[in-house]
Every structure is written in C-alpha cells, then in structure tokens.
Design a protein around this ligand. Structure first.
Ligand SMILES: CC(C)(COP(=O)(O)OP(=O)(O)OC[C@H]1O[C@@H](n2cnc3c(N)ncnc32)[C@H](O)[C@@H]1OP(=O)(O)O)[C@@H](O)C(=O)NCCC(=O)NCCS
Length: 178
C-alpha cells in the first residue's frame, strides 16, 4: 500500500505514486517552483513511469499539488536519494512536503531503505528546514557535506549542492513519523 491521506479544514490530500498522466502537471509545477531547475517533460514522464516506486505525488481534488522525485542510490542500496521537491505555492506550509517524504519512507516496497539523501542549496532555507525537521521526526542524525561545489557549475551561476544524509532510521521510527 503506497497511498496515504491527510486533511485540513478545507481539503483532503492523497499521497500516491505518480502516473504518466501526471507528467505534464508535474512539469508545470516544477516550472512554477523557483529555484528548482526545470527538466524536460520527457524527463518527468520517465520519472512517473520507470521511477514511480521512488517518487510521490500529493493530489488535491484530483490535481497534483506536490511532487517528489527520487531513486535508490545506484551504489548504496539502503539509500533513497531525493532529487526534487515541489509544493504548489497555494498549499505551502501545511506539511505537504513532509507528508510526501513520510509516504516514501513508509512504503512496504522501500522497507530496505534506512538512509535518505538529498542536496540543498545554502540559500534555500525552506528546503533546509524541511529536511532537518524530517530528520528530527525520524529521530535520526542528519550529516552535511558538500557534494557538488559551486565551481563544478562553471558560468551557470549555480550555488553549491550540500549533501544531507539522514539516518539510519528504523522501521519503528518510520511508523512514528506518521
Ligand atoms: C521547500 C518546499 C517543498 C516546502 O514545502 P511545504 O509543503 O511548504 O513544507 P512543509 O509544510 O512540509 O514544511 C516542512 C518543515 O519546514 C518548516 N518550514 C517551512 N518553511 C519554513 C520557513 N520559511 N521558516 C521556518 N520553517 C519553515 C515547517 O515548519 C516544517 O517543519 P515542521 O514539520 O517541523 O512543522 C516548498 O516551499 C517549495 O516547493 N519550494 C520551492 C521549491 C524548492 O525550493 N524545493 C526544495 C528544493 S529540492
């Protein structure tokens, strides 16, 4: 079971694996979610198809309003790497991003995962708060190191990418993150 639900006074949210039909909505959501880099629509279609088990959509009234892309790290089989996280501006600060992360780590198909990695730009405080808060809820350490220094991006005016590694977390703490 990879679907989960939550609600506030106004709406019910469903957290589920993406479908290929979500691809163009995800592409549009990422386009609106600065400072994320926008990838091609084809890339999001591939994610929604080949990588659906490690990606999640937050849906409200039938429309995707949140998305996380991720994959199992190719050389660390216990590690889920989270690539992009986006929540529609109209529904931010309601815990939607945190719920999407919970949905991922609680999936029975990902029960072998005991670490979560992601990268954060130093100036993106909301992203930093999201992952630090998630680590606290999992009662897991969060270590930080530079994965891609700024100079690797050449003239692209791109900040360094700081690697956050959260874990180890146990299935017990995955459940208590609910
Ligand atoms: C970053 C982003 C995904 C967060 O989505 P969200 O649904 O608003 O996040 P949540 O409501 O789940 O908040 C996560 C945590 O961060 C905290 N937080 C969020 N914004 C904050 C702020 N400006 N100041 C302090 N804390 C903040 C929340 O309180 C929450 O902590 P809690 O669980 O302890 O309450 C969203 O702002 C976004 O899409 N930004 C644009 C794209 C982006 O920068 N993505 C991240 C890089 S991959």
């Amino acid at each position: 079971m990879s679907e989960s639900f939550c609600h506030n006074e106004e709406s019910v949210y469903c957290f589920r694996e993406p479908r290929i039909e979500d691809g163009r909505h995800i592409h549009s959501l990422i386009d609106r979610s600065k400072p994320l880099d926008l990838n091609s629509l084809y890339c999001y279609l591939l994610l929604a198809d080949h990588f659906r088990e490690t990606c999640v959509v937050a849906e409200r009234e039938g429309h995707p309003v949140g998305f996380i892309s991720g994959y199992v790290h190719p050389s660390k089989e216990d590690t889920l790497f989270v690539w992009q996280v986006a929540v529609d501006e109209t529904v931010r600060k309601q815990g939607i991003a945190g719920r999407m992360l919970e949905n991922l780590v609680q999936r029975p198909s990902l029960k072998f995962v005991s670490y979560l990695e992601t990268t954060v730009n130093p100036s993106n405080l909301r992203s930093r708060f999201l992952f630090e808060s998630f680590a606290k809820r999992l009662r897991a350490p969060c270590t930080k190191s530079t994965l891609f220094p700024e100079d690797l991006f050449g003239d692209a005016d791109h900040e360094a990418e700081i690697l956050f590694r959260i874990g180890p977390f146990s299935s017990l703490h995955k459940v208590s993150a609910e």
